[in-house]
Every structure is written in structure tokens, then in C-alpha cells.
Design a protein around this ligand. Structure first.
Ligand SMILES: [Mn+2]
Length: 289
């Protein structure tokens, strides 16, 4: 794969980095992944694939890049998870200081807690929308409390309310935790039962600032197969983009991440799908469609 350090073509980068509306933050971290590895290759694969995107968005009928996108150098992922999380937090803080929308490319899911923590400092009424096949609510996994399988538990430790969408794989203990806390995850089974799930989520977010954490295994493996833990019965492209469009229209998207792409685990069109989802999200956020 050719090294391509930018989201979209080099010519689509904001000339004045500090004045850009969106900061792309690549975080090639893949330490704790449980099954098939390779998430550390995710950010580079998304950036490389993004070069092939049409810069004219076929749904928005506009060119979102013109609002100003800057791609930051990849975050240094040497050292332990705490050190990586602290660097991610600093990157988010810089983007937020500049009034930018930080969009992180992972990397494994454990990095999201740092993005949420940074956004929470600026937006005390922040809520999190998680798209994922998994609840990620384990207290620890393989003796690691910062494992990607624990990321929503760590976000809960920050006392940030969250809603979980596209869920279809979890342990009995995770489910019991949801029951005892009164959480009602949007499993794909429940989404089928309740046709108005989208408006229920809209009501829940209630116009608050939203952080979107999008584990790409939330999508159906037919749409995006290259993840470490593919699960059948995932979200379609249309369902996922309708959800993001609704969030951007009715709330204030203040931070986002797209994580768990594992390029070695599947065909290269996964990378392109991930890149297109990132660009579409940026378009929704900038255009308030
Ligand atoms: Mn997952």
C-alpha cells in the first residue's frame, strides 16, 4: 500500500490548518485486539482508500472538503495504553481549542475513551452514541481494564450517558449489567421490533452535544467484512447513514471516531467503505442536513 498521509487528495487539505473545520486524527493503535489483529493498519488504510473517493458527495450533492479538512500526523502509539490515551486526549483538545470537529481514525476501540474525555471537558452535557456489534461493557478483559472489550465501561466510569446501537454479541454478565442499570441497548433484534427506534434515539439525545463512536463491526460484514470480530445481522449502509444524518441534524456532533477496521482480515473494499462513511459523516456534520 502506498503511504498517503492525508484524508482525500493532498489538494483537498485546508491551506490554513488551524482554520480548518474538521481535524482527522489517525491513531494506529492495536495492542489489545482479541482475535484477528491488524487494527493498527486501519488509519493508513482509510487514508489510502480516501484518495479514491469522489470529492463530490453523491447524497449531499456538494463538496464537504471545501469547508476545510486537515489531516493530523498519526498519533504516536509507542508505549502502554495509558500513554497512547493521553496523547489522543491532547490531540482532541487541540482540535477542540481550534473550534474543529475531531474525527479519529482507529485503531482499536480502547482509544475512544480519550476522545470522549476530551470532549466532556468542553461539553459537560455530552452524550455518547455507540454503533457496534458488541456492548464492550466488560469490567476487564484478559486482565486488561483498558481493553477494547471494556471501552464503554470506561466511558461509563466518566459518568457520560450513552446509547448503544446495532448490538448483537455480548456476555451474560454484560446483559445483567444493562438490566441492573436500566440500560436498553438497541440490539438488532430490538431495532426490528420497534420501527421507530430512530426517533427514540433522537428523543434520547435531545439536542445535546453528541460524541459518535462507530465500531465498524456495527456494520454488516457484507458491507464491511474487514474487522477482527465480524458478526452477522449488522447495520446496512443506509441504516447507519440515516442514524448519523439524524444525529447531525438534531444534535451537535462534537467528536467522532471510526475504529476497529482490520485491513488484513478482509477485502480492500472495506477500507473504501470506511473512508466513504467518514466523508459522509463529515458532510452531514458540516451541512446540518
Ligand atoms: Mn465491536
Amino acid at each position: 500500500m502506498m503511504e498517503h498521509p492525508y484524508f482525500l487528495e493532498a489538494g483537498c487539505q485546508a491551506v490554513d490548518e488551524a482554520a480548518a473545520r474538521v481535524a482527522i486524527i489517525p491513531v494506529p493503535y492495536g495492542e489489545t485486539v482479541s482475535w484477528m489483529g491488524g487494527t493498527e493498519e486501519g488509519p493508513a488504510a482509510i487514508l489510502a482508500a480516501s484518495e479514491a473517493l469522489e470529492i463530490f458527495d453523491d447524497e449531499l450533492l456538494s463538496e464537504p472538503w471545501q469547508a476545510g479538512i486537515t489531516t493530523r500526523p498519526a498519533v504516536d502509539c509507542q508505549g502502554n495504553t495509558e500513554e497512547v490515551l493521553s496523547r489522543v486526549c491532547q490531540e482532541f483538545a487541540l482540535a477542540l481549542e481550534r473550534g474543529q470537529l475531531p474525527v479519529m481514525l482507529g485503531g482499536e476501540h480502547s482509544i475512544s475513551v480519550a476522545g470522549v474525555a476530551a470532549c466532556l471537558r468542553l461539553h459537560p452535557d455530552l452524550c455518547v452514541v455507540q454503533v457496534d456489534a458488541h456492548l464492550d461493557l466488560r469490567q476487564e478483559y484478559d486482565h486488561d481494564w483498558l481493553s477494547h472489550a471494556c471501552v464503554m465501561r470506561r466511558i461509563d466510569d466518566l459518568a457520560v450517558p450513552f446509547v448503544q446501537v446495532g448490538i448483537r454479541s455480548f456476555s451474560k454478565e454484560e446483559w445483567q449489567l444493562c438490566t441492573s442499570r436500566g440500560w436498553q441497548p438497541w440490539t438488532t433484534a430490538r431495532m426490528r421490533e420497534r420501527e421507530n427506534w430512530l426517533s427514540e434515539i433522537e428523543k434520547w439525545t435531545g439536542g445535546r452535544p453528541v460524541y459518535l463512536t462507530f465500531d465498524l463491526d456495527g456494520l454488516d460484514p457484507a458491507v464491511l467484512p474487514a474487522t477482527g470480530t465480524p458478526e452477522p445481522d449488522g447495520l446496512s449502509w443506509q441504516t447507519a447513514t440515516r442514524l448519523i444524518a439524524m444525529l447531525c441534524r438534531t444534535s451537535n456532533l462534537v467528536g467522532a471516531d471510526f475504529v476497529e477496521l482490520a485491513p488484513p482480515a478482509g477485502p480492500a473494499y472495506s477500507n473504501f467503505t470506511a473512508a466513504k462513511l467518514v466523508y459522509r459523516t463529515i458532510g452531514y456534520a458540516l451541512h446540518k442536513v
